[in-house]
Design a protein around this ligand. Structure first.
Ligand code: ADP
Ligand code: ASP
Ligand code: MG
Length: 407
């Protein structure tokens, strides 16, 4: 007997009609096959955004435990709704919250990590021939408080459950019919990919493609869970299979283009060009738990240099505070910040064995009058920071240049 974990994202659950459709397909599959089914749900539509908004309207800086209690409520609504709909069809469904499903996390509220899953209750329900409908995005801490896993975290719940239950398949149903060469909302010529390696998907997610939460891909890769990304409301589609690299997968040099609008740039001006400067600036930023992404140092005149780096946009305010409070030890003359920048990345395992990709990328951007502010590279990706106004033109031009456009 096979066990399948099926996860549905918020956009696929934005109305009762959509939930009814999912209830019917799930019930039919359960009724007509020998499969055991676990369904993981996100909150309906944009209800998590609405909950975030509610908390902002209530207080400036909510207590993280209270915030998680609020945010986790959206998923409780959707699991109850789906369960009702399946049971109304004469099916057998049981809704379980994260804690009822045995999902234990650490205590980093709003961004918790799954530590372990006690699958006893889920297995007991499966043995009773129930469809187990589990709330994504949430768990319980060792202090018995409800935690949430960071935005997009239901993907991680699904993959972690698939690993813990040794499921045969993990299907992520969403509002696109697979992983594309780039976000189809930005580039109409984006093409669906049949197959991707964990490594490539890790880069795509890590560099901004929100179709799968990064941690879900980390779990999948660690526990070797094949993921199939599928359209929630189209049957029999092929989707995209994400799995470990196999020899026969040797294919395109570039598999995709990812981008993130979450970046902000900080330029610290007039620091001494001498050993230890980077540590003096980045030390206090790190102590404040602010993550730094790209770094560039330009040597100027009179032994002074400019030191530029990027942080996530939602940590910019904090970073500014740290820089102001440490002016003396950092030893700069002034600093500037810039919010309207984006990071665009070219990704592909084939880059390892092909030279000249970077220069081709830079030439293409130059031809399209896109100025590059920063560059970083790894074995399988090249990222550039550019002005936000150039995002679409850059993505579309690179997509064409690297022959990713659909025919
Ligand atoms: P869900 O609500 O199902 O979790 P998400 O909004 O989190 O859905 O993820 C799906 C969205 O991800 C798509 O609507 C698409 O705009 C975006 N996306 C970004 N990059 C890609 C990509 N490379 N392939 C497919 N979708 C992508
Ligand atoms: N509902 C949560 C969010 O909007 C979790 C998820 O969608 O995966 O982030
Ligand atoms: Mg998502």
């Amino acid at each position: 007997m096979t066990l399948i974990v099926k996860k549905y994202g918020g956009s696929s659950l934005s109305s009762v009609a959509k939930l009814r459709n999912i209830a019917k397909t799930t019930h039919d599959l359960h009724h007509n096959s020998n499969q055991k089914i676990v369904v993981v749900l996100s909150a309906m539509g944009s209800s998590t955004d609405k909950l975030v908004d509610l908390s902002i309207r209530a207080v400036k800086d909510a207590n993280k435990r209270d915030y998680d209690m609020l945010l986790s409520s959206g998923e409780q609504v959707s699991i109850a709704m789906l369960s009702m709909l399946i049971n109304d069809l004469g099916g057998r469904a049981i809704p379980l919250t994260g804690w009822q499903a045995g999902i234990k996390t650490d205590s980093s509220h709003a961004n918790a990590r799954i530590k372990s899953i006690n699958t006893k209750r889920i297995k007991a329900e499966l043995r009773k021939n129930n469809i187990v409908v589990i709330a994504g995005f949430q768990g319980i801490t060792s202090e018995d408080n409800i935690s949430t896993l960071g935005r997009g975290g239901s993907d991680t719940t699904a993959v972690a459950l698939a690993a813990a239950l040794k499921a045969d398949e993990c299907h992520i149903f969403t509002d696109v019919d697979g992983v594309y060469t780039t976000d189809p909302r930005i580039c109409s010529k984006a093409r669906r990919l049949d197959l991707l390696t964990y490594e490539e998907m890790l880069e795509m997610s890590g560099l901004g493609s929100k179709v799968l939460q990064l941690r879900s891909v980390e779990f999948a890769s660690k526990y070797n869970v094949p993921i199939r990304v599928l359209d929630a409301h189209k049957n029999n589609a092929l989707g995209t299979l994400i799995t470990k690299e196999e020899k026969k997968m040797e294919g395109a040099i570039i598999s995709g283009i990812a981008f993130t609008k979450d970046e902000a740039e900080i330029m610290i001006k007039g620091v001494k060009d001498q050993p230890g400067v980077a540590a003096k600036i980045l030390g206090p930023i790190g102590t404040a738990k602010i993550e730094i992404d790209m770094i560039v140092q330009n040597v100027g005149s009179n032994g002074l240099a400019d030191f530029t780096f990027t942080v996530s946009r939602n940590t910019l305010k904090n970073a500014i505070k740290v820089i102001e409070n440490n002016k003396k030890s950092m030893g700069y003359s002034s600093f500037d910040t810039k919010n309207n920048i984006v990071k665009v990345s070219l990704i592909g395992v084939g880059m390892r064995s092909h030279a000249g990709i970077a220069s081709k990328m830079f030439k293409c951007l130059a031809k399209n009058k896109v100025n590059i502010r920063m560059i970083s590279t790894s074995e399988i990706k090249i990222s550039v920071v550019i002005d936000q106004k150039n995002l679409e033109i850059a993505v579309q031009a690179l997509h064409n240049e690297f022959k990713l456009d659909k025919k």
